[in-house]
Design a protein around this ligand. Structure first.
Ligand SMILES: Cc1ncc(COP(=O)(O)O)c(C=O)c1O
Length: 371
């Protein structure tokens, strides 16, 4: 097994290269390589155990034989379909190799030596790590007691630094908590000049709270808001690498120079097939995830183990001691769990897998917990 120091060194090396790899999921796997059971249960990277829908698998298989061509002529229709799916125009969309690439592009476009990145903390490390690699200042604003973003302090920090890029993940990774829609609306209305708000909605489809709402209406209103979405989570296509951002055309134009290229034809065809059935698939998958998640919450409550009320396809369990013990002991016992998320040192992040996978998690977790 790779030690934490080795893990940090790898991460450091990736940062030094400049743009990080689709790094966090990669690093998660790297962390638990070694002598592992063959039937390992992967609950460490917030993937969807259902995988791509059957229609996507068929569409991707169908196009393989003609993947010798670029298929550039299909890009326009692809953008039209993405835009249509969110009631936007194609000029509001920029797609890339996972939302990671688009988050990078936003950091590239909207931070500068005198324009910091301002993030809730803790949150998904990808964007702030990218900013640090570019020698940008990163200002961390601690979450509130209910694990929502402190929107007033985020605005204050942007005001003080005379602009910058605010990153707000909703629901937030790693806490699976949400920032209420009224707070997001307040932040949009009170954005200081020269400030762009990047809202990462990678997990929004899994939330059930009435207080959780997409920020896409603000994009339609032409605000300084960029919304990031991915096909890696509810659509179960993490390995296909497809994601996009939505924003008003001027902001999209600023991000365009910073992405690599168009998506592969395999990813585009897979996404188009998934979008065609999203109206039924998304609520179905949300319900499946919520049922398994509820079983986990009930099990923890019965044992009086605290957790953060989850609104995503993962959850944070308060193990009452440093969670590193679980993070290192569980993989050799067949269950990979999330990485450490300082300063929440006693919290263990676990992805919601299938019912059977969560049963396995509970067995192994309990063995480690009982010591
Ligand atoms: C909040 C958040 N945003 C973005 C990503 C990157 O996802 P992808 O590049 O696969 O779209 C992740 C990955 O886990 C994530 O947790």
């Amino acid at each position: 097994m790779i030690t934490r120091r080795g893990f940090a060194a790898r991460l450091g090396a990736a940062v030094a290269v400049g743009r990080m790899l689709p790094e966090m999921a990669y690093a998660q796997r790297a962390m638990v390589q070694g002598n592992l059971p063959k039937d390992m249960v992967w609950l460490n990277a917030n993937e969807n155990p259902l995988g791509p829908p059957k229609s996507s698998l068929a569409a991707m298989a169908d196009v393989l034989a003609s993947s010798g061509r670029y298929h550039y002529q299909e890009v326009r229709d692809f953008y039209a379909a993405l835009a249509h799916s969110e009631d936007l125009q194609p000029e509001n969309i920029l797609a890339g190799s996972g939302s990671s690439e688009m988050l990078h592009a936003a950091v590239d476009a909207f931070t500068a030596p005198d324009r910091p990145m301002i993030v809730m903390y803790p949150t998904y490390e990808g964007p702030p790590e990218t900013a640090r690699a570019m020698h940008r200042q990163v200002i961390q604003v601690p979450l509130r007691a209910d694990y929502s973003a402190d929107v007033h302090k985020l605005a204050e920090a942007a005001e003080k630094s005379r602009g910058g890029l605010i990153y707000l993940c909703n629901p937030n990774n790693p806490t699976a908590s949400i920032t209420p829609k009224a707070d997001i609306a307040w932040l949009v209305e009170n954005l200081p000049p020269d400030t762009v708000l990047l809202i990462d909605e990678a997990y929004i489809h899994f939330g059930e709270s009435e207080n959780l709402e997409t920020a896409l209406p603000f994009v339609r209103q032409g605000k300084n808001v960029v919304v990031a979405r991915t096909f890696s989570k509810i659509y179960g296509m993490a390995g296909v690498r497809a994601g996009f951002v939505c924003a008003r055309p001027e902001l999209i134009e600023k991000m365009k120079p910073f992405r690599n290229n168009v998506l592969s034809i395999i990813a585009m065809r897979g996404v188009l097939a998934a979008l065609a059935e999203s109206r039924t698939m998304v609520p179905e998958r949300r319900a499946i995830n919520a049922r398994v998640r509820r079983e986990m919450c009930d099990w923890l409550s019965e044992r009086k183990l605290p957790y953060i009320e989850p609104q995503a396809n993962f959850m944070m369990i308060d193990v009452g001691r440093n969670a590193r013990e679980f993070i290192t002991k569980m993989p050799p016992m067949g269950v990979a769990v999330g990485r450490p998320f300082p300063p929440l040192d006693n919290m263990l992040r676990v992805t919601i897998g299938t019912g059977a996978e969560m049963q396995r998690f509970r067995d192994v977790f309990w063995r480690v917990y009982r010591g």
